[in-house]
Design a binder for this molecule. Structure first.
Ligand code: PLP
Length: 397
């Protein structure tokens, strides 16, 4: 049978792209290259490889991580990708490679708590101006007068609110002001949302979450144009953060990605069922989920996402205390701060922030995060078991 010219679909590329068993002793499983350096036949050869930016030392190059980078770039529709040791390493490597003293960055007013801390407490220490803007209305960007804005940075869906921001509208306005757009797409994964298709320049991921999907490693990635990624690798990874992803972790992500498309379908259907159930419950005050019927951003979510992914936020009529009682009443869903795993995980930023304030008085909830907000990462369990767990726990609130 001859192959058609039709390009392979997403699930096929998530399994095969960038790997040919013929190049690896016919091994079908991806080999893990546990080496810190590479040897050459001659000084001339070593120099030629170094000059071409090839593999000389594993802080910046490793054959296993290179397969992961090629695959992620392909899935995001990007020219190139660099993987690093965690999602926060991706944030740090990106911002400290692309911004310099005197530059400015626009960020959405709500961000993942540690990215929020990086923006508000970290970057100003290096002379970088941070301008928080409510990007729910992209026109708010027009009020930014600074000529020094190099990046516009946001998450969609936003952590922990699950708010959806308009990638195309924000990108058009950011480009008009001469800034590059970075989207942290961790809550969606490329199976559900590909920001570059909607006008973004760079996509950031915590690989720890859906892309790996099994809660057994930490990793991060940035995909985008080749020149920016070369900067992240050549400056950020080489001498600013040095936060290299281990080849073992890269292997785990490659293994997890083989089921990414399948997992995201199940995550999406489970999450929609839980969101609908919560929205109809008399003890629940509000629910935010991208694909929730009646959501004010439903049409926008449907424009840029293929399903609602599995992150939702909600609040109970009993507020802060009700959130704690509900969480303690759950038996199947686990109280844990991560997300994107096979296991359903639930967390309450309000309680966590109060606990952190006991040792770090400066800890605060990100703008837009209310004290009653509960964040839920819906896993891959049977829908009926999840619904039963929530019904039972809500009955006890
Ligand atoms: N970005 C988002 C949206 C996240 O949710 C997280 C972690 O929860 C990160 C970045 C940081 O990723 P990591 O925990 O892998 O450092």
């Amino acid at each position: 049978m001859t192959r058609s010219n039709r390009p392979p679909g997403f699930a096929t590329r998530a399994i095969h792209h960038g790997y040919d068993a013929k190049d690896h002793h016919r091994a079908v499983g991806t080999p893990i290259y546990m080496t810190s350096t590479f040897a050459f036949d001659s000084v001339d050869e070593a120099e030629a490889v170094a000059e071409a930016g090839g593999a000389t030392y594993a802080r910046e190059h490793n054959p296993t991580t290179a397969i992961l980078e090629a695959r992620l770039a392909n899935l995001e529709g990007a020219e190139a990708c660099v993987v690093v040791a965690s999602g926060m390493a991706a944030v740090g490597t990106l911002l400290l490679s692309l911004l310099s003293q005197g530059d400015a960055i626009v960020v959405h007013e709500t961000l993942y708590s540690n990215t929020f801390a990086m923006a508000h407490d970290g970057l100003p220490r290096f002379g970088i101006e941070v301008i928080p803007v409510d990007l729910a209305n992209p026109a708010n960007l027009d009020a930014v007068v600074s000529k020094r804005v190099k990046l516009v940075y946001f998450e969609t869906p936003v952590n922990p609110t699950a708010q959806v921001l308009d990638i195309a509208a924000i990108s058009a306005r950011a480009h008009a002001m001469g800034a590059k757009v970075v989207v942290d797409s961790t809550f969606a994964s490329p199976a559900v949302q590909r920001p570059i298709e909607h006008g973004a320049d760079l996509v950031l991921h915590s690989l720890t979450k859906y892309i790996n999907g099994h809660g057994d490693m930490l990793g991060g990635a940035v995909a985008g144009d080749a020149a920016s990624i070369a900067k992240l690798r050549g400056l950020g990874l080489r001498y600013i953060t040095g936060a290299t992803l281990s080849p073992m972790a890269a292997f785990l992500v490659l293994r997890g990605m083989k089921t990414l498309a399948l997992r995201m379908e199940r995550h999406g259907s489970n999450a929609l069922a839980v969101a609908n159930m919560l929205a109809a419950h008399p003890k629940v005050a509000w629910v935010r989920y991208p694909f929730l019927p009646g959501s004010p951003t439903l049409a926008l979510a449907q424009k840029q996402m293929s399903n609602g992914s599995a992150m939702l936020s909600f609040g109970l009529k009993d507020g802060f205390e009700g959130a704690r009682r509900l969480m303690d009443g759950l038996e199947l869903v686990q109280r844990a701060v991560s997300l994107g795993d096979a296991e359903s995980l639930i967390m309450h930023p309000g309680s966590l922030t109060r606990a952190r304030q006991r040792t770090r008085p400066e800890a605060r909830l990100a703008t837009g995060v209310t004290e009653d907000l509960i964040r839920l990462s819906v896993g891959l369990e049977d829908e009926a078991d999840l619904l039963e767990d929530f019904s039972r726990a809500l009955a006890r609130v």
